[in-house]
Ligand binder design. Structure first.
Ligand code: IVH
Length: 689
């Protein structure tokens, strides 16, 4: 989307954008910190934060109470006990270029009133992991906490005890109480091995070593953490009963003596120039290092100077992270393959001459869609620049046109499905070209089958992607109904390579266990375009019983029918999604598949959300930050149950749902004696708890 320059924003626009940014950044913080599954790159995230800061700088009066600039990271996730940090765990400001580093040094000198004197630093590679706080009392490890939102983290004591190089006891003399901080990380090689094992087991794969480390440490079952190859480098002090050294360098030496690992590349640097040389040296070694680093942290060595400089906002004035540019490499584009997805989408994938980008061997890159190939003017045989920004899947950023071979041909996107040969079409206004083959396209069938057994659908244990592909290729499964006939072929499966009687028997049991299924899961499992989990739940709640849903969907095939308009009127569904459903049910083979399945399954009724419920006709207000729902989602839920959602609390309000950090509205509700409920109570009330 085109962004208006900050200088051109009117106040109302700025206010609206700050509200959007607060919500968006909070959402990404949760994805990153709580689910260890970021949806955007670090660079995109930084851009959001920078935009927020720029708008706030121009409109200081509009800074929100929940502004991202006032928070670090996300609130602690449920599951772990919370621990308050005695000294907040803060973040670092970044620079990207020598001139910016010089500026930082000048700021420091100005602050200290020293014009010419060189500044002495310690440089430490900035490990891309997650920060950890370890508290030792009388030399014994008593507590481990994640950073959380910087003020309050999660109690991961049991987990940190399993990290091999975290000492349980400090060697030698230790203060009565001291908190050590450092970075927990996973090596690149261990990360790749873990992902390979996860993939083979049909489990979640991690986007990068940092997420793998975070996901491994934040396990409720510490035995899982113990099985993961994590390490820590110590680098900072938190709360302490005495401050044992006068320089940061001496502190690092003390950490070593106590038994911690300190990054061996850390170095004392006597001047700004020495720091710049160090930056170049580490940059040159970066790709060969066994772990991911994204820059170097420079800390003023003298702790008394650190104390004088103190903090501004969420970062110290006495340290800076000098980040490296994203890792790049050049290689040759050998071919472009087209993958066909569950809904027929044709996705181009670049096949590359294998190349090492920042320590990870890369052979493929996503190209997203037809337009992107055209925009980059890719020819087969082109030399291309690849970039990996923390993530494993790299992107092609540019073509080196000077190196284009004379006979290189521009890539022509196919008009037909490369798997089934059906026509591929791209509706006007859309970027994705789709195979029109539907169920005759074996690629679509296979992807649908994989979706059908996935976690949020039938979730059949032991029937992962690999097995589905094999069984489909061998004709053992042609459609979803065949899955439920697999137990009849148990003896045959037991004979297959990699199987045996025991695993074949457990597969049969796992399949039988899923013969009864909730309506929402069943609808989701069908893999209808645009019917994700949320929409499937909306449909299930609306129609209640399978038979009713089926009947109404068939009736909705007719444009202008009452059933179609009823479907489109469901809050959260709308006309476009109604059309997808109608299209699905207009296809006889789809209806046959559904009917074949229902003969083999027991589909449980959903609790139907119709008029007369507790909330019908009630006036509801949401306030504060909701943890598990977005505002539009919460609103849709309320309206679905017949409630009306308003913005302000008055005597007419029946119910106030109070999220975190709620302010005046919650107070007003208390004053007026309006009923208030927590988010969890609300979920129970609407039957989602
Ligand atoms: S010092 C108040 N030293 O970078 C200063 N941080 O962007 C606190 N990090 O949250 C941080 N290596 O997770 C420091 N040698 C290092 C580091 C380091 C990695 C991480 C850390 C911190 C983040 C800030």
């Amino acid at each position: 989307m085109e962004q208006k320059p900050v200088e051109a924003l009117a106040e109302a626009q700025a206010r609206a954008e700050l509200a959007e940014l607060a919500a968006e950044i909070a959402r990404h913080d949760r994805a990153y910190h709580e689910r260890d599954a970021p949806e955007i790159t670090d660079a995109e995230y930084d851009a959001l934060r920078r935009r927020n800061a720029a708008i706030e700088a121009r409109f200081p009066a509009l800074v929100r109470a929940d502004s991202p600039s006032r928070r670090v990271g996300a609130a602690p996730a449920g599951g772990f006990a919370k621990l308050r940090h005695g000294v907040p765990m803060l973040s670092l400001d970044n620079v990207f270029a020598p001139a910016e580093f010089t500026e930082f040094c000048e700021r420091v000198r100005r602050f200290l009133g020293r014009k010419e004197e060189p500044l002495a630093f310690v440089g430490e590679p900035k490990i891309d992991g997650l920060s950890i706080s370890l508290t030792y009392e009388a030399g014994r490890l008593v507590r481990g906490a994640t950073r959380g939102d910087g003020l309050e983290g999660e109690d991961v004591t049991a987990n940190v005890r399993t990290v091999r190089n975290i000492p349980q006891r400090l060697h030698g003399r230790a203060p009565a109480q001291i908190e050590i901080r450092g970075e927990v990380f996973m090596s690149k090689a261990d990360f790749l091995a873990l992902n390979a094992a996860q993939q083979a087991a049909g489990q979640k794969v991690f986007a990068n070593p940092r997420n793998a480390a975070a996901g491994s440490l934040r396990q409720l079952d510490a035995r899982i953490t113990a099985a993961r190859p994590l390490s820590m480098f110590a680098y900072a002090m938190g709360e302490a009963s005495e401050i044992p050294t006068e320089t940061h360098w001496a502190w690092l030496e003390l950490l070593l003596a106590w038994g911690f690992d300190v990054n061996p590349l850390s170095k004392r640097l006597a001047s700004e120039d020495a720091a710049a040389a160090f930056q170049a040296g580490i940059g040159a070694q970066r790709a060969a290092l066994p772990y991911d680093i994204d820059g170097v942290v420079y800390k003023l060595d003298d702790l008394s100077i650190q104390r004088r400089l103190g903090f501004v906002g969420r970062a110290p004035r006495w340290a800076i992270a000098w980040k490296f540019p994203a890792e790049q490499a050049t290689t040759v584009l050998e071919a472009i393959d087209i993958q066909v997805g569950r809904t027929g989408a044709l996705t181009p994938v670049a096949r590359l001459t294998a190349v090492n980008v920042g320590g990870v061997l890369v052979r493929n890159a996503t190209l997203h869609n037809e337009d992107e190939i055209a925009r980059k003017d890719l020819h087969i045989g082109d030399t291309v620049v690849l970039q990996r920004a923390g993530d494993v899947i790299p992107q092609i950023v540019a073509v080196v046109t000077e190196k284009r071979p004379a006979n290189a041909k521009p890539y022509v996107f196919p008009d037909h499905c490369p798997v089934c040969g059906s026509l591929a079409i791209r509706p006007p206004g859309e970027v994705v070209k789709r195979c029109t083959g539907g169920l005759i396209c074996s690629a679509q069938v296979e992807e649908r089958l994989i979706h059908f057994v996935s976690r949020a659908a039938f979730d059949i244990e032991g029937l992962g992607e690999k097995t589905i592909r094999e069984f489909h290729a061998d004709g053992l499964i042609r459609g979803p109904a065949d899955i439920f006939r697999l137990p009849d072929h148990e003896a045959e499966i037991a004979q297959r390579e990699g199987w045996g009687e025991v695993s074949a028997r457990s597969l049969s049991a796992a399949i039988r266990a899923r013969r009864r299924i909730a309506l929402a899961r069943f609808i989701y499992a069908l893999g209808i375009r645009r019917i994700g989990e949320t929409n499937a739940k909306l449909l299930a709640r609306h129609y209640g019983r399978f038979a009713n849903w089926r009947e109404q969907m068939l009736a909705a095939v007719a444009i202008g029918s009452e059933a179609r308009s009823d479907l489109g009127n469901i809050v959260g569904i709308g006309a476009a999604i109604a059309e997808e459903l109608a299209e699905f049910f207009a296809e006889g083979r789809n209806v046959d598949t559904v009917d074949e399945l229902t003969g083999l399954l027991e589909i449980a009724d959903a609790e139907q959300a119709a008029g007369g419920g507790e909330l019908a006709g009630k006036v509801v207000v949401f306030t504060g930050t909701l943890e598990t729902l977005t505002r539009p989602e919460a609103k849709a839920m309320a309206e679905k149950l017949g409630a009306r959602v308003t913005d302000s609390v008055s005597k007419k309000t029946d119910l106030v749902v109070v999220g975190a950090d709620a302010g005046s509205k919650a107070r007003k509700a208390a004053e007026l004696g309006v009923r208030t409920v927590t988010e969890a109570e609300w979920r129970q009330l609407v039957g989602e708890g």
